[in-house]
Design a protein around this ligand. Structure first.
Ligand code: LLP
Length: 403
């Protein structure tokens, strides 16, 4: 049982807390679900990119799915073996491509024909051959929030089937490109199995047709991430059923599964701890004003995302409907809306649950607020894994304007 009061006193608020034992349990669950095949779970670093978190997953055997060269460097620094690192993303700069090639990672996920040309040119320039995978956009509606849907042709991600075929033909005959994988990722917080199965069928068929048309033997079937988690009472996909649905599409194919989970591994391991500053009400609304804000946890403001709340008041205390809001100067700055909560005093603690994915990583210095500290809990012990920023940290990179 975590003593939130003691943690808040020791490290201050607002604060991110991560239960490392939960990370482990989620990793094992998903890894086990794929046990019928060779697989690599490449942790989607963007979900929560603290080095200690990546290192923890690496110690369990995970790889890393990265979307910038910064993330690739993080993964390498945290000890992820280079042969388990993937570099994805819809736009990569030349310097990022060159560094990824020279780092000899598992493969680069290619998201357009123009990018394939660029990668080939850069590989030629540095006189290397580079392993690649192509991200296919299967044009399947993943039935999730539009901002985190990526598998439709109206989304910027990946290429259609015909383009993918042409790109594989090009790569297969290039001296500098080695096509080893195929990739799809249709969206995040997926709660329905059907779109995943349908996408896997389409992409597995493409693998078969490439084999018969140009004799291409791919090695990796990269199913992206996207497995949803429970934020409230939504029905979620069972990892075993998820793995079975994918594996059932691969008969006759000798492929290693790459899966890139972010949220599934980290969301419910994380908590955002904040203190009540004060309450205020008007004729319409009751507001609980806390020291955490949208700059710390953006998901409610950006997606209208729901995060459940734990408080530490007695169960029989009087409750009323309220919004939990932060100090940032935006009406969209809220952490919860219209929920039943007891009446709080100054300094009472509020815990925002399921904040371990896309929490700290999407935080900013908006309103010149220092980004939070991050604390790991493991086997009942707490450990600081990122100190709170200071005002000096924030201004360190700014230079005086000299006219
Ligand atoms: N692989 C690729 C290529 C991705 O784009 C993503 C996430 C993942 C894997 C990991 O997806 P996950 O397993 O976490 O669903 N900020 C949003 C989520 C954005 C997801 C972006 N891509 C949120 O807070 O809901």
């Amino acid at each position: 049982m975590i003593d939130y009061n003691q943690i808040a006193q020791k490290y201050g608020t607002p604060l991110y807390l991560y239960d490392f034992d939960h990370f482990t349990a989620q990793y094992e669950k998903l890894k086990d679900a794929f046990r019928a095949r060779k697989s690599i779970l490449a942790y989607a670093v963007k979900a929560s990119s603290n080095l200690s978190i990546i290192k923890h997953f690496a110690s369990l055997g995970a790889g890393a799915d990265c979307v910038s060269i910064g993330e690739v460097r993080r993964a390498l620094l945290a000890g992820v073996p280079k042969y388990k690192i993937i570099f994805s993303g819809v736009g990569k700069r030349d310097d990022e491509i060159a560094e990824a090639i020279c780092s000899d990672i598992l493969y680069i996920n290619v998201e357009s024909s123009a990018e394939l040309d660029r990668i080939e040119l850069i590989a030629k320039r540095v006189d290397r051959s580079v392993r690649i995978s192509i991200r296919v956009n299967p044009n399947i509606d993943p039935k999730t929030h539009p901002y985190i849907s990526t598998g439709l042709h109206s989304n910027k991600f990946g290429v259609d089937l015909d383009s993918a075929k042409r790109m594989y033909i090009q790569a297969n005959s290039s001296q500098h490109l080695e096509p080893v994988g195929i990739h799809f990722h249709i969206g995040s917080q997926l709660t329905e199995l059907e779109p995943i199965r349908d996408s896997a069928i389409i992409v597995a068929d493409l693998v078969r047709s490439l084999r018969s048309a140009i004799g291409l033997e791919l090695k990796f079937f990269d199913v992206g991430g996207g497995l949803g988690v429970q934020y409230s009472d939504e029905k979620i996909i069972d990892p075993v059923e998820y793995a079975q649905a994918i594996l059932s599409t691969l008969s006759g194919l000798d492929l290693t599964i790459i899966c890139e989970p972010g949220r599934f591994l980290s969301a419910n391991a994380g908590y955002f701890l904040t203190r009540v500053l004060y309450e205020k009400s008007n004729s319409d609304k009751r507001f609980i004003i806390v020291d955490g804000a949208m700059n710390d946890l953006l998901r409610p403001s950006l997606y209208g995302a729901y995060h459940s709340i734990t408080h530490f008041k007695e169960a029989d205390e009087k409750v009323g409907v309220a919004d939990v809001v932060g100090p940032v100067c935006e009406s969209g700055d809220f952490l919860a809306k219209d929920i039943e909560l007891p009446y709080f005093q100054h300094n009472d603690l509020i815990l925002i649950n399921s904040a371990g994915a896309y929490g700290f990583g999407m935080s900013s210095n908006y309103n010149t607020r220092n980004r939070c500290a991050e604390v790991a809990i493991s086997h009942g012990r707490d450990r600081l894994i990122r100190r709170r920023e200071s005002f000096d940290d924030q201004i360190a990179l700014e230079r005086e304007f000299i006219s």
